[in-house]
Design a binder for this molecule. Structure first.
Ligand code: PLP
Length: 387
């Protein structure tokens, strides 16, 4: 089935973006800021009681940092470089959390000196570093979560610890003079199974209760991470449905007296706002009788489409050409055979698609520009425009 733009953008937003795109050489991403603003407002409407910490790694552009600053967002930061960038845009340190559990002691100190007092952790060594380099700060412990099979871009295994260790760490935090503040989890990015939040919230509830009863530690906050969906080819429930369900899970476990709730959206705020505009470099077949056509574009895994790794994220691809469709392999322009975006998942593209035609990769605002290589094969980093 050909991609219908209307399933992804209001007509007139798309036309405005395309009119801009028509004036520029490919490849580049064009991002509509109003779409991001709308997504932020929608999230606030869905979770009116939550504090939003934008996960800067999804797209660290100053245009986005500024937009969200003016909307009152907070920021989930993963490195001293992201920190400097966000502070430079006039965001105060009390709107920032250091959400990366893997960090150098001297970087913790840097955050502390800049005024940040909210830190994630999932290990004893990191917790002890925080106690030394950021004394008295609030810490929250990241839990391991299940759900990696239903998230299109899982963030499991590498991050988080089991429930028993989470409790040990929060008790140790108090001994070390830190404030044991709460629990975080991330159910996996582009998480299509809402039930995964239920299981995670239930684990958090157990930790809240046991620490209170057995150790007199009263936790104040649940950081529910990201995982909310963007619009790709594989359909998901609406954000409203996610919110209704997740709020129901929270109320089942915590009643009406909810702790402070933090959300760390990245993908769901930004992805839908972007179109990666590319051009067909070559169309070929591998033998005289081969049924499969290869379509090579001027973007690939190394110029923003790394999330096509294992064909994990299936971006909708739109083209102006219409007519009979044929299954194709879609690959990038570099001299690396890993630079194939879709081979097993068969995309249909029109038979009359030709060299020089443009392909519009929809929902590419997040995890594209920041993932683009800086010089592989000499190709420059992916350009981006913010309208
Ligand atoms: C990447 C990341 C996020 C953002 O997740 P999305 O699924 O893109 O919304 C949030 N929190 C942490 C700690 C992350 O590493």
């Amino acid at each position: 089935m050909p991609i219908q733009v209307e399933d992804y953008f209001p007509r007139e937003t798309f036309q405005r973006m395309k009119a801009f795109a028509d004036q520029h050489e490919t490849p580049f991403v064009v991002i509509d800021k109003q779409t991001i603003a709308n997504a932020y407002d929608q999230l606030v409407t869905c979770f009116p009681f939550a504090k939003i910490y934008y996960a800067v790694k999804a797209n660290p552009a100053v245009e986005i940092i500024d937009l969200l600053r003016d909307k009152g967002s907070n920021y989930d930061i993963a490195s001293i470089y992201e920190l400097d960038k966000v502070l430079k845009q006039g965001v105060s340190a009390d709107r920032i959390s250091y959400g990366n559990t893997i960090k150098k002691s001297k970087d913790i100190r840097y955050f502390y000196e800049k005024g940040v007092r909210l830190f994630a952790t999932d290990s004893e060594a990191d917790l002890r570093n925080i106690a030394k380099a950021a004394p008295g700060s609030k810490v929250y412990v990241r839990l391991l979560t299940e759900g990696s099979t239903t998230a299109d871009w899982p963030l499991s295994r590498k991050f988080g610890c089991q429930t028993d260790m989470a409790m040990d760490l929060l008790i140790l935090a108090r001994q070390l003079g830190l404030v044991p503040y709460g629990i975080s989890f991330h159910v996996g990015s582009q998480q299509r199974d809402i039930g995964v939040w239920d299981a995670a919230i239930a684990k958090v509830k157990v930790i809240f209760e046991r620490l209170k009863e057995e150790d007199g530690i009263v936790l104040k906050m649940i950081n529910m991470g990201g995982g909310f969906p963007a619009n790709y080819i594989t359909k998901t429930n609406s954000l409203e449905t996610y919110a209704e369900e997740i709020i129901r899970f929270l109320k089942e476990d915590f009643g009406d007296d909810l702790p402070e709730i933090i959300l760390e959206p990245g993908r769901s705020l930004i992805a839908n706002a972007g179109i990666l505009v590319s051009e067909v470099v070559l169309v070929s077949r591998k033998s005289r009788t081969a049924v499969e056509r290869w379509v090579f574009t001027d973007v690939g895994k190394f110029s923003g489409l790394i999330e096509t790794m294992d064909e994990a994220i299936k971006f909708p691809i739109w083209t102006e050409k219409k007519g009979e469709m044929e299954e194709v392999v879609i690959a990038g322009p570099t001299c690396d055979s890993a630079d194939i975006m879709y081979e097993h998942y068969k995309y249909g593209l029109p038979l009359n698609l030709a060299i020089g035609d443009r392909l519009y990769w929809l929902s590419t605002g997040a995890y594209t520009t920041s993932y683009s290589a800086i010089e592989f094969n000499g190709f420059p980093p992916l350009k981006a425009f913010y309208l």
